[in-house]
Structure formats: C-alpha cells, structure tokens
Design a protein around this ligand. Structure first.
Ligand code: AMP
Ligand code: FE
Ligand code: FE
Ligand code: ZN
Length: 290
C-alpha cells in the first residue's frame, strides 16, 4: 500500500518508517503481527521486516500491516563476510524466489545450525544445556547465538542475552565459532539481480573495534550498494561523521532504523527511523515493493 495522506494538514515529512526489525522467524521474540501492532500503536507509518537470512515472516507481516493500516516493505538481513569482517547486509524488496540467492541463504541457515550445535556441545561440557532445548522450536527459524543465550538464561547462568553475549558467546570465547557467510560483494550482486536494494547495516556498530574501512566500503559501492544504515542505536557516534561524509561523496543514501528484536535486545521499535522520501525511494525501484 502507499503512504497514507495525513488529513490533519501535516505533511508526509512527519511520517516515520522503521526499516530494520526481527521477529521469531530469526532472533526476535515477537511475531510479525505483534511488530505490526506495536508499530501502529507507536504511530509509525510503516515498517520493514528484516529477519536474518529468511523471508519466512513476510506473508504474516504483510497481512498484519494491511489490517493495521500500515505500509509494509519486505526485507531481510543477510549474513555476509567482506574482507574478513562480518558484515550484515539489509536487502529490501527482492524477489524471494531468486534461485542463486536461495541456495546461498539455505547454506547460511544450515551452517548456522551446525555451528550452533557445536557451540552448544562445547558449552555443554561446562554448562547444563543441550541442543534440544536451544532448538526446541525445530529448524523453523534462522538459528543464532541469541537462541543459545536464551537457553543459558533459562538455565539460570546469565541474567539476559546481553550478559551471555558479553561472556561465553563473544568472539574469542573458547565456546565461540564463526558461521558460514556469503561474500558481501556476491550478496549485493544477487540482491540486485533479484530486483532488491542493498543497504549496509549498522556500519559503525560498537561491537566492531573500528568502523567499516572506507576503501572496503568503496568496493561495496562499486558492487551496487545503495545505502548505509547510519541512524542506528548501536552505531558509535564518533564514527558517524566520516561515514556521513563518505556517503555524501559517493551518492550513498543514509537510512535509519531500530534493529528491533522484541525483548531480545534493548533496541526499541521506532527509536530510529527513516523518512518517507527514503521509504518511497526504495519502494520505487524494487521488484516486491510491499
Ligand atoms: P549470530 O548471527 O548467531 O552470530 O548472532 C548475532 C546476532 O545476535 C546479532 O544479529 C544480534 O541480533 C544478536 N546480538 C548481538 N549482540 C547481542 C546482545 N548483546 N544482546 C542480544 N542480542 C545480541
Ligand atoms: Fe539479530
Ligand atoms: Fe545486524
Ligand atoms: Zn538486525
């Protein structure tokens, strides 16, 4: 659906859109319908569902958004690797049946299961957790460290996901393992080929020791990157100006979003958002705009 016209005389400049949310189909704790209801109650004009490596929640989100009178943009956050750095790539409006992309995403999800199983096996030596608890919902969602964190929290070892991430789940921990990730340039190529738009997620997130390298970013621009998610709760403020300048110089769009994970993370839905201009610019060029 298109953006609602305000009847109270306010302009579309006031409409806000959250372009980055996770549901129970990956590592969020709320359903797409619950995200939609919350978005409506917060007065957002629309949202994108961007679960990790899956389009599973699109149909429910689309129906719920329509029922709530919200605009919806289908999306995904793809697990990629660029020059040795874990790189999350947001993809919007892509054809979900693109064959090469689906093969690559299936490989990512399968690798995630094997990696999580092995991390749980390692953890099980010292902590009383088993794979059956972590994977209680079967393989119906993209499995990640947050699900291992939940098992550790349920067993009483940590207060919340964040505490588990700061300890046993962090890279460098003896229990940590990396997972297979798609080469970022290749992922951008496939997203574009599938009629989607690619945006680099949280390029200055504090979990990295440094912001994304500018020459590495230039490679992604050459590959067809459309934008960078600069307005994000985890981006470190000291790294933002240089990235903003880079975006300006290279014609990159700048987006904003919350990266909402329900109760799984402190990020609040709608705490960072994008404008109607960004929303329409994406929807105007993608294969699946709603
Ligand atoms: P993985 O993709 O399995 O390596 O797990 C990384 C995911 O864990 C990220 O996409 C975040 O959604 C989530 N995550 C990272 N740090 C935290 C944290 N401190 N608390 C909760 N979730 C986190
Ligand atoms: Fe996540
Ligand atoms: Fe991410
Ligand atoms: Zn995310």
């Amino acid at each position: 659906m298109s953006i609602r016209l305000q009847t109270d005389g306010s302009s579309s400049e006031l409409l806000r859109f959250d372009l980055h949310t996770h549901s129970v189909h990956s590592d969020g704790t709320t359903t797409p319908s619950e995200i939609s209801q919350l978005a409506a109650s917060l007065g957002l004009a629309g949202f994108a569902l961007t679960d990790h490596d899956t389009t599973e929640g699109w149909e429910e989100a689309r129906a719920a958004a329509s029922a709530a009178g919200l605009a919806f943009l289908p999306g995904m956050e793809i697990t990629t690797l660029h020059e040795g750095r874990s790189t999350h790539l947001l993809a919007y409006g892509l054809d979900p049946s693109h064959e090469d992309l689906n093969i690559a995403l299936a490989r990512v999800r399968e690798s995630r299961v094997g990696r999580a199983r092995e991390m749980v096996r390692r953890l099980g030596v010292d902590y009383d957790i088993v794979w059956e608890t972590v994977n209680a919902e079967g393989s119906a969602r993209t499995v990640g460290r947050p699900h291992i964190a939940d098992a550790l929290v349920t067993a009483g070892y940590f207060a919340d996901r964040t505490a588990a991430f700061a300890d046993v789940l962090r890279p460098g921990s003896p229990y940590y393992l990396p997972t297979y990730a798609i080469d970022t340039v290749e992922a951008i190529r496939m997203v574009r080929d599938a009629g989607g738009v690619a945006v680099l997620a949280h390029p200055a997130a504090g979990r990295h020791r440094r912001a994304v390298d500018l020459s590495a970013l230039a490679t992604l621009v050459d590959a067809g990157l459309w934008g960078i998610e600069l307005d994000h709760p985890e981006n470190r403020s000291e790294w933002i100006p240089v990235l903003a300048e880079f975006a300006d110089a290279h014609g990159l769009q700048v987006t904003g979003a919350s990266d909402y994970h329900g109760a799984g993370k402190a990020n609040l839905l709608g705490e960072h958002t994008s404008s109607a201009a960004i929303w329409e610019a994406i929807r105007g060029q993608v294969a699946v705009p709603s």
